[in-house]
Design a protein around this ligand. Structure first.
Ligand SMILES: [Fe+2]
Length: 316
């Protein structure tokens, strides 16, 4: 079978979208007190590749975080406006096109302090640059207040247990990021972040109510080796396209993950996802925790099952 061109999924809208979102949504307070709700959330994540947890963080913490983030952004802005080649924030590296302190994803993840990355249009004009986005690696290292606030809102212990129950593998946080998107119109198309086990937990610091605000979009179930992935692999291989670009999503449906500040979306990064292009006035702020397997030790399926069962039993 041949596929002549890349194809996009339909975007879910209206009542259908509300129904789809509510089928993968769980109140965080229920998750904490009900084992049944916890297991349903873990199972849904395993089946669909994505869930939404409502009200993980309270208004006071979200406001406090936003105030501190605004202070950091003001410092960066005044540095850029002044043109003085002086480091604006003592505990961070600043990556700007004219002066990249750190490059390469691995180096960014392993950096010893925060890295403030300002994204600009690519010199060769290729699309998907995320120009205008501010992507801060390790925001918790910017100050002790940010460290305390990020750890409080990310609820790492609960989320780690949830992921472990869902995928039957021990995972832990490898990196935290802060995505600040204001009027980012040139976003990358549907892709996966590789097919290895990897999750992201997106804690929303601003409401995302419509497409113009740039919601995170996801094709449910595409983290499994079903038709979209098999067709994409074949098409990309035949056409010399990077395997991570999801090119065959025709006939699928993408969910724009509308959320309120304080909600958390958790997704398997093996599935097809993208940030929707924003309206020039659109704003979105998200704190992200990336989880991946604890170690490279290979465990048999039975061992993984045993470890997960032990962990689950002792966590209740
Ligand atoms: Fe991605």
């Amino acid at each position: 079978m041949t596929f002549v061109a890349p194809s996009l999924p339909e975007m879910a809208t209206g009542e259908n979208l509300s129904k789809e979102l509510s089928s993968i949504s769980f109140p965080f307070s229920n998750l904490l007190r009900s084992r049944r709700c916890f297991l349903r959330a873990a199972w849904t994540l395993q089946r669909q590749g994505i869930i939404r947890l409502s009200q993980v963080a309270g208004t006071a913490d979200i406001e406090a975080l936003n105030i501190r983030i605004n202070q950091v952004l003001d410092q960066v802005e005044s540095y850029r406006a002044s043109g003085i080649a002086e480091h604006p924030i003592s505990d961070a590296y600043l990556n700007v096109p004219e002066n990249r302190a750190i490059s390469g994803y691995k180096q960014l993840v392993n950096a010893d302090r925060s890295v403030i990355n300002l994204r600009f249009a690519r010199p060769d004009g290729r699309s998907g640059s995320d120009a205008g986005m501010v992507d801060i690696f390790h925001p918790e290292k910017l100050s002790s207040e940010l460290n305390q606030l990020t750890s409080s809102v990310l609820q790492a212990e609960v989320i780690q247990n949830l992921l472990w129950t869902s995928c039957l593998s021990p995972v832990k946080i490898k990196c935290r990021n802060l995505y600040i998107n204001n009027g980012v119109e040139d976003t990358r198309g549907f892709h996966c972040d590789g097919r290895a086990l990897k999750f992201k937990a997106f804690l929303f610091l601003s409401d995302v109510r419509d497409l113009g605000e740039g919601p995170y979009c996801y094709v449910k179930g595409s983290h499994h080796d079903g038709a979209p992935w098999l067709r994409t692999s074949a098409f990309n291989q035949a056409n010399g396209i990077d395997i991570c670009e999801f090119t065959q999503l025709g006939g699928s449906e993408a969910l724009p993950m509308m959320a309120r500040a304080g909600d958390m979306v958790i997704s398997s990064q093996a599935g097809a996802h993208r940030g929707h292009p924003q309206h020039p006035e659109g704003k979105r702020r998200v704190l992200v925790a990336m989880y991946s397997p604890r170690s490279k030790t290979k465990l048999s399926r039975l061992d993984r099952l045993k470890r997960s069962a032990r962990r689950w039993i002792t966590s209740w």
